[in-house]
Design a protein around this ligand. Structure first.
Ligand code: DX5
Ligand code: ZN
Length: 228
């Protein structure tokens, strides 16, 4: 949590893992991943249902990885305390949901990493006022709800604008990107300023998930010019 905001981080999304063998899937990426991305869907904010605090608690007992919980929920405020108790480390709520100021304050009070997610069609202006209060900003490059969707390149200019605003500010906000990230798309989002990369299908759909994480890291570092 104290790592610099410009360090490359890879966050495998368990959405594309085998939920019946989740422990084994996590163990495979644990040595090479920086965070574990946990997609929480409520069947209302997005047209899909996934997991909630009991599963986060089980994962937390199983791995020391930082748990990056992405709450695709209409009413995240009803569950922030439960996710904190379950062991969530970073949490993102969506800027499209009402009550952003209260949600961010509650997350801060609970000691969570405070994040705000923004959908592809939501304009830059919606997130700009909040950047100074965040620990991370989660820029969606697919419409949330499902893994394995095609990367939306049209989001890249907004991502660059967000990253530029973060760089111009005095808060080390981690710029995180989520959706359709693979070795072919990671370079352009890294070049646009993203430094934390969520990847589901590209990791857990690969024959060797750990090697896939390393490949993603190498591609991102090459794009940002990190010496190796
Ligand atoms: C999409 C989720 C993503 C998803 C990404 O609703 O928020 O985190 O797991 O999966 P890929 O990398 O397969 O697009
Ligand atoms: Zn996600």
């Amino acid at each position: 949590m104290t790592l610099p905001a410009d360090r490359v981080r890879i966050a495998p999304s368990i959405l594309s893992a085998d939920f019946a063998a989740l422990g084994e899937a996590i163990a495979r990426v644990e040595p090479v991943a920086d965070l574990l991305h946990v997609d929480v869907m409520d069947g209302h904010f997005v047209p899909n249902l996934t997991i909630g605090p009991p599963v986060v608690a089980a994962i937390e007992r199983h791995t020391p990885l930082t748990l990056d919980c992405h709450l695709m929920m209409t009413n995240p405020g009803d569950f922030l305390d439960a996710f904190a108790r379950a062991g969530a480390d970073w949490v993102s709520v969506h800027v499209e949901v009402d009550g952003t100021a209260d949600l961010l304050a509650e997350m801060r009070g609970l000691g969570l990493g405070v994040g705000l997610a923004i959908n592809p069609e939501t304009p830059y202006e919606a997130i700009e006022p909040w950047l100074g209060r965040l620990d991370h900003v989660l820029v969606m490059t697919v419409h949330p709800g499902f893994g394995g969707q095609a990367f939306m390149g049209e989001v890249v200019p907004k991502l660059a604008r967000i990253a530029d605003a973060v760089a111009a500010g005095d808060r080390p906000v981690v710029v995180e990107v989520d959706g359709g990230i693979d070795v072919h798309t990671i370079g352009q989002v890294a070049a646009a300023g993203a430094r934390c990369f969520v990847a589901g299908k590209a990791v857990f759909g690969a024959p060797d998930p750990a090697a896939a994480v390393s490949d993603l890291r190498r591609a991102a570092e090459a794009a940002v010019g990190v010496p190796r």
